[in-house]
Design a protein around this ligand. Structure first.
Ligand SMILES: Cc1ncc(COP(=O)(O)O)c(C=O)c1O
Length: 452
């Protein structure tokens, strides 16, 4: 299995040839899920004592398993948050595997860690964080949010201990009622409470809504989470007004920009993120709108030492790493072994330059505004909110949830588009999340026509 033989050479060639076709060939179809019984019928029995051989295993993947996976980087995949990796990022992801780089420590992966940190430094500068900020690429926004919030609590707990004050009976995380579900998930893991502040029609959390919560809960508040682009609507909280509360209240500001903070790279949208420079921690997911394959989240701390204190794992066998003053990425999140998952972004960014990123992100925002204008003109559709970034949410007059479900299933069945229904305030709606530069206005108007 490990030696270079004619058999393993042929296997590697076959796999690389498949990857080459997938990356550079014609657009893969949208594809669609199969039922467990269909897959059991078509694909079970591949694991055996003697193996079925690479040729058969790859054929099984290519002909049965891959078509049972929806193509998330298809231009008409518009649900959830799509992926849209550049060719360079996808290709480089193969290298990350091929080189078996360990990304957890400087000792083992200094070159990779250096390159990842180049990207993190650049992001920090773009968002206005001070010199010396830093962090790590983690698996995704959920782990990024959790790691940041754990660090925030650790910081507060240490401060209370140093001052000889007791811990509160319950810790609290403050966020908007429209914050991503991963904030509530992090709170459950941490066994802390969430105060979800209602945000009204604008969808934006503002400082004036946060102030009373800070006044009521004081130092029990671990962090205030501002969302830099809500998942459902792409609405950016009023980060500046929340940050302004720091002059009177001592709290940790975390910006969850998993989806939307990439838009701060677009000069035309940067103003929406005013105040992000005051964040104590923030996240942005390259696998969402920075054009890398799954899975990667950039987690940045204003003061990385706080992250290190919270997260460094200590064990005798790790003394060789933790005893040195090196920059070990594993010290900054709830994980130890890690893939150097920031490298595909490093390679793509190094290849094409930041300007190409700014332009591609800006183009999706322009497209979202163009299709919103189109929706507003169609009598059978109603825009739920004006888009800020690249999520557009709309309702079809007279449709019940079952109508949306049937329409959505039909689109996928006919391989026209993947647009799942969403909902807001108890009303079902349709939602376009646009991050793929290959998505066109015609793609979107064609989908709207199908709702007439
Ligand atoms: C605003 C926001 N935060 C966090 C997450 C969670 O990210 P992940 O799915 O990478 O864990 C998402 C995912 O869509 C998101 O949109």
């Amino acid at each position: 299995m490990h030696a270079v033989t004619p058999e393993t050479t042929a296997l590697v060639d076959m796999v690389l040839d498949y990857a080459h076709r997938r990356i550079l060939g014609e657009q893969s179809p949208l594809d669609k899920p199969m039922t467990p019984s269909e897959l059991r019928r078509l694909a079970s029995g591949s694991i055996s004592e003697t193996g079925i051989g690479g040729r058969r295993a790859l054929a099984l993947f290519e002909n049965v398993l891959a078509p049972a996976c929806i193509t998330t980087d298809h231009p008409r995949y518009l649900s959830f948050i799509p992926s849209a990796p550049t060719k360079a990022a996808t290709a480089f992801d193969l290298i990350v595997s091929a080189t078996a780089v360990y990304g957890g420590s400087w000792m083992e992966g200094s070159g990779a860690v250096f390159a990842e940190n180049e990207v993190l430094d650049w992001l920090g500068r773009e968002f206005g964080l001070p010199e010396g900020s830093g962090g790590v690429f983690v698996q995704g926004g959920t782990i990024g949010n959790l790691s940041a919030l754990v660090a925030a609590r650790d910081h507060r707990a240490r401060a209370l201990a140093a001052a000889g004050r007791p811990r509160p009976a319950r810790w609290i995380i403050v966020g908007s009622a429209e914050a991503h579900s991963s904030i509530a998930a992090a709170a459950r893991v941490m066994d802390v409470d969430v105060v979800a502040v209602p945000v009204g029609d604008s969808g934006m959390l503002r400082g004036e809504q946060v102030r009373p919560v800070l006044e009521q809960h004081g130092e029990a508040v671990i962090a205030v989470v501002a969302t830099g682009g809500s998942t459902n609507f792409g609405i950016v909280d009023d980060i500046a007004s929340i940050a302004a509360l720091k002059s009177a209240h001592d709290f940790w500001l975390h910006v969850d920009g998993a989806y939307g903070l990439a838009a701060a790279l677009d000069p035309a949208s940067r103003h929406r993120f005013a105040g992000v420079e005051a964040a104590d921690s923030l996240i942005v997911d390259p696998h969402k709108w920075l054009f890398t394959p799954f899975d990667a989240c950039a987690l940045l701390y204003r003061d990385p030492e706080i992250g290190r204190l919270a997260h460094t794992q200590h064990a005798e066998y790790l003394d060789a790493l933790t005893g040195a003053s090196d920059w070990n990425p594993s010290d900054f999140s709830v994980q130890l072994t890690r893939r150097a998952r920031g490298l595909p972004l490093w390679f793509s960014l190094a290849t094409f330059g930041a300007e190409a990123y700014r332009a591609a992100i800006g183009a999706s925002i322009d497209l979202a505004h163009a299709i919103a204008a189109d929706i507003a003109e169609r009598p059978y559709l109603r825009l739920v909110r004006d888009p800020q970034l690249s999520v557009v949410v709309f309702e079809r007059e007279g449709w019940e949830p079952a109508d949306y479900a049937a329409w959505s299933a039909g689109l996928l069945e006919e391989q026209r588009a993947f647009v799942v229904p969403s909902s807001h305030a108890g009303r079902t709606n349709a939602r376009f999340a646009i991050v793929n530069p290959l998505t066109t206005l015609d793609d979107l108007t064609g989908i709207l026509d199908s709702m007439a």
